[in-house]
Write a protein that binds this ligand. Structure first.
Ligand code: UGA
Length: 463
């Protein structure tokens, strides 16, 4: 089947390449001529494991092509996917649908035959209705359907997530559209993933509800981690034990510096605004958004406290800056407020990230950072090292070598990469999230009652 994929960002490029790999004929369309030019030269604009090989193989097989000209791509297409960005609009939290509507207007001008237009972009409930009205107004003659089929892939594991989905969601009231989308997804659903057909609004809401629930799970365990610190409990033990109850499930229960990325922060906010527009209050989501924002800003207090109350003039090494491992995406990364506030407080920053450097360097928060090509070089002579992103390679760091190279052997691990006893044995004073702190024998630990970790509740520094 011929598929047009409008947008060659994370979702569009991965989905397009995977559909092509499933033996569909796919044309990826993007207005950004530079991007299309790079794709024509085999350059992948994002860092996503396996994507370069997948794109290359399918381009070589003639199943995947790219163009800036939508009109050229449309003839013969039965399914047209919208995979354009829906970022937060200004400061009001609403999803910005301008990319969606501009693609829709172009479609209304260029379509000649029936096709189903499918939103893969994450959009507020009711957007499908608006798209349909918009096209119908301009083209009362045109036969078409508008469906919603949200995407659940994660950056860093996008190809595996797309190719082996837990479920495929299709929202449409049209038999004709349903039949086309069944054929589109059939090769991917072959391994047993159910295709769930539902109304368009239910599909739109499913995506927001899924992301908001995952964000809630993370925020919940982060609060439990704070409580663990007060009482000397270990959040990793608690999380594991809680998660083994299948009613709860162990995934997305890893405590950390707060969720970031291009999806959870924007989608939780957009869900709130979408709820308001329909007169529905989503109090839990509202709390999750504010608790997570506060948490990201508070991380710097931990670092300052660990450094004895001031970081002025101290050398602090940041290990990992992307919002999660296996991506170069910096959007809403917890590292941004951390770097910005540490800089404002007078710290001298060095950093290492396997792939995030180029994007991070474009952000003002990282303007004065001294970048290094390996983690040990970044921590050389540092007064503290802070793990912000749990890149796999950090798990293999030689802790004793780290301790030996630092001016002060202080490791603040915001992702619980290491075991406290192993870090202490290597000579490091070690602080992690929701676990008792650890230090080499003889080192002074206690800053709270009974030697427990006590992070003072301060007003968050300005962000
Ligand atoms: C998220 C969803 O997981 C995908 O299902 C969805 O398709 C995608 O958003 C989207 O809407 O496009 P993504 O943002 O790529 O995917 O990354 P996640 O793996 O979900 O991580 C998001 C944030 O949560 C990261 O900052 C990560 O460090 C944090 N996180 C995740 C935790 O702090 N703890 C966890 O246990 C899991």
């Amino acid at each position: 089947m011929k598929i047009v994929m409008i947008g060659t960002g994370y979702v569009g490029l991965v989905s397009g390449a995977c559909f092509a790999d499933a033996r569909h004929e796919v044309v990826g369309v993007d207005r950004d001529a530079g991007k299309i030019d790079r794709l024509h030269h085999g350059e992948i604009p994002i860092h996503e494991p396996g994507l370069d090989a997948l794109v290359a193989a399918n381009v070589a097989a003639g199943r995947l092509t790219f163009t800036t000209e939508l009109a050229e791509a449309l003839p013969g297409a039965e399914a047209i996917f919208l995979a354009v960005g829906t970022p937060t609009r200004g400061e009001d939290g609403h999803a910005d649908l301008s990319y969606v509507f501009s693609a829709v207007d172009e479609l209304a001008g260029g379509m000649t035959d029936y096709a189903v237009i499918v939103s893969k972009s994450t959009v507020p409930v009711g957007t499908g209705d608006r798209i349909e009205e918009r096209i119908r107004q301009r083209r009362p003659d045109l036969a078409f359907d508008v469906a919603s089929s949200p995407e659940f892939l994660r950056e860093g594991s996008a190809i595996a997530d797309f190719a082996n989905p837990d479920r495929i969601v299709v929202g449409t009231g049209s038999e004709r559209a349903a039949a086309i989308l069944r054929a589109v997804y059939q090769p991917i659903a072959r391994d047993g993933a159910p295709i769930l057909f539902m109304s368009r609004r239910s599909a739109e809401l499913t995506k927001y509800a899924a992301n908001a629930f995952l964000a809630t799970k993370i925020t919940f365990i982060n609060e439990i981690a704070d409580f663990c610190e007060k009482v000397g409990a270990d959040v990793d033990d608690v999380s594991r034990a809680v998660g083994l109850d299948p009613r709860i499930g162990g995934r997305f229960l890893q405590a950390g510096p707060g969720y970031g990325g291009s999806c959870f922060p924007k989608d939780t906010l957009a869900l709130l605004r979408n709820g308001e527009a329909f007169g529905s209050t989503l109090q839990i989501v509202e709390t999750v958004v504010s608790v997570n924002e506060r948490r990201k800003r508070q991380m710097v207090n931990r670092i300052v406290d660990a450094c004895g109350g001031s970081v002025a003039g101290r050398r602090i090494a940041l290990l990992g800056v992307t919002f999660k491992p296996n991506t170069d995406d910096m959007r809403e990364s917890p590292s941004i407020p951390i770097a910005r506030q540490l800089g404002e407080l007078g710290a001298r920053l060095s950093a290492y990230d396997p792939v995030g450097r180029a994007r991070a360097m474009q952000l003002p928060a990282f303007a004065a950072v001294d970048w290094h090509d390996d983690p040990l070089a970044a921590i050389d002579g540092a007064d503290a090292a802070v793990i912000i992103t749990e890149w796999d390679e950090f798990r293999h760091l030689d802790l004793a070598a780290m301790a030996a190279r630092m001016a002060q052997p202080l490791l603040i691990d915001l992702r619980n990469v290491f075991r406290p006893d192993a870090a202490a044995a290597a000579g490091l004073t070690y602080l992690s999230i929701g676990r008792p702190r650890a230090a080499p024998a003889g080192a002074d630990l206690a800053d709270g009652p009974d030697g427990m970790v006590s992070i003072p509740h301060r007003a968050p520094a300005s962000a």
